[in-house]
Design a binder for this molecule. Structure first.
Ligand SMILES: Nc1ncnc2c1ncn2[C@@H]1O[C@H](COP(=O)(O)OP(=O)(O)OP(=O)(O)O)[C@@H](O)[C@H]1O
Ligand SMILES: [Mg+2]
Length: 393
């Protein structure tokens, strides 16, 4: 069926049509002239005036909108002041439009409006002013703000709890470790029965494991509270990587893994904290060894790329499912499976790695083709200024 479009032929019809359109708008709309007088307004504008009882003078035709705004501004209404400045700037041609959100306390209920004013087309200066009720959105935003603030407070309490509990656990654990160490020595010297010696060494190992966990928690708390300060110095990244390998070697050997390195012979200079960097790479190597069936392969490759040092740690281990890739750097996040987790760990290592790298201006990215397909971690760190690769190298 063919749609017929009625010709808008008469001026009277056009006027009626335009009025109909403007009245159907969900915004209160009015036109004010250069003197500030309201020369036209739509149905909602009029209704709003009535609703606000006693303020119809503010919005009826012939009223001076600028004048009314000025009176309110001079009485100390900050929103009226902004509106007045905006309207005057449009009339003076200094700006084309003006937007402001403001509260409007109609009797019995608080509402929020979005005021939009723009220069009207035409030869003499005039402004189209519209007000849109945005109360629902403002209320939703306020609720969201409150919920976010509540979450922030809960998160802060969790950080405080972690800091306190790790701090409180650290000292007794150290004492236990020291005591077990002394006991172990004395028992060895006194050649005490082998079973008791084994038990003491088990207590020692477990206490050390606990200390390790508590230290990780303490580190997380320190980072959350901005208490970690890097001890930066000019270092060679290759030395750091060798040190990290040394630290991770016992675990790599325990799994019977093969570690292959590609480290350049020339130094890669960084302004960095060597202890923290070693911690970062030892963590990555430990993870590679931990999340891999025995006799896997680990690669550590270091290179310069432009103004960056890039270190890749790759393994042939269990891999990481695609949906977990963006999340494994979040605190306490672990992929749900058994391999590797039997050794314990709280899901702190990678969060620490990421935060420590960020303190150095570096980044880390995880890649994996999926479960069973191995994992690759790529670390990028800024080279010391002036130590960039010469062009053409
Ligand atoms: N090389 C890897 N291969 C496969 N999965 C990995 C690898 N590295 C990390 N993951 C996954 O990411 C999770 C988070 O690692 P992260 O190092 O933060 O914690 P964790 O090793 O579980 O415990 P923690 O490091 O605190 O002792 C791990 O639990 C593991 O599921
Ligand atoms: Mg780990």
């Amino acid at each position: 069926m063919k749609t017929k479009i009625r010709e808008i032929d008469s001026a009277a019809f056009q006027l009626e049509f335009v009025r109909g359109v403007i009245d159907s708008l969900l915004h209160e709309v009015a036109v004010i002239d250069a003197s500030g007088a309201v020369v036209a307004f739509n149905r909602r504008w009029g209704a709003f005036a009535e609703e606000n009882g006693g303020r119809s003078d503010a919005v009826s035709a012939g009223a001076n909108y600028l004048e009314i705004t000025r009176v309110a501004a001079e009485a100390g209404d900050a929103y009226a002041r902004r509106a007045l400045d905006g309207l005057q700037a449009i009339l003076a041609g200094r700006q084309k439009e003006f937007v402001m959100e403001y509260p409007c306390n109609a009797p019995g209920r608080e509402r929020w409006f979005l005021m939009y004013a723009a220069r009207a087309a035409g030869s003499s200066p005039a402004i189209v002013v519209s007000h849109t009720d945005v109360t629902e959105r403002v209320r939703a935003q306020a609720k969201l703000g409150e919920a976010t603030e509540q979450l922030r407070r809960v998160d802060q309490r969790k950080d405080q709890f972690l800091a306190t509990i790790s701090h409180e656990l650290r000292n007794p654990l150290s004492s236990i470790c020291n005591a077990v160490y002394v006991l172990g020595h004395e028992m060895a010297e006194a050649k005490v029965d082998g079973k008791q010696e084994k038990l003491v060494s088990l207590i020692g190992r477990q206490a050390e494991h606990l200390i390790h966990l508590v230290d990780d928690l303490l580190e997380v708390s320190r980072i959350a509270q901005g208490k970690i300060e890097l001890k930066r110095q000019r270092i060679d990244l290759i030395d750091v990587l060798r040190h990290a390998i040394e630290m991770a070697m016992p675990k790599i050997e325990l799994g019977g893994h093969d570690l292959r390195t590609e480290l350049p012979s020339a130094p890669i200079e960084l302004d960095a904290d060597p202890v923290r960097l070693t911690q970062i790479f030892a963590n990555l190597l430990n993870n590679a060894a931990k999340y891999m069936e025995p006799r896997g392969t680990i690669w550590m490759i270091a290179e310069r790329r432009g103004s960056e040092a890039v270190v890749t740690v790759r393994d042939t281990g269990v891999g990481i499912p695609a949906d977990m890739l963006p999340r494994i750097f979040d605190l306490f996040t672990q992929v749900d499976r058994s391999l590797g987790h039997s050794e314990g760990g709280l899901g702190i290592g990678l969060a620490l790695v990421k935060d420590l790298l960020a303190l150095h201006g570096g980044t880390i990215e995880a890649q994996s083709e999926g479960v069973g397909k191995g994992s690759t971690f790529v670390v990028r760190l800024p080279l010391t200024h002036g130590a960039h690769e010469p062009p053409g190298c």
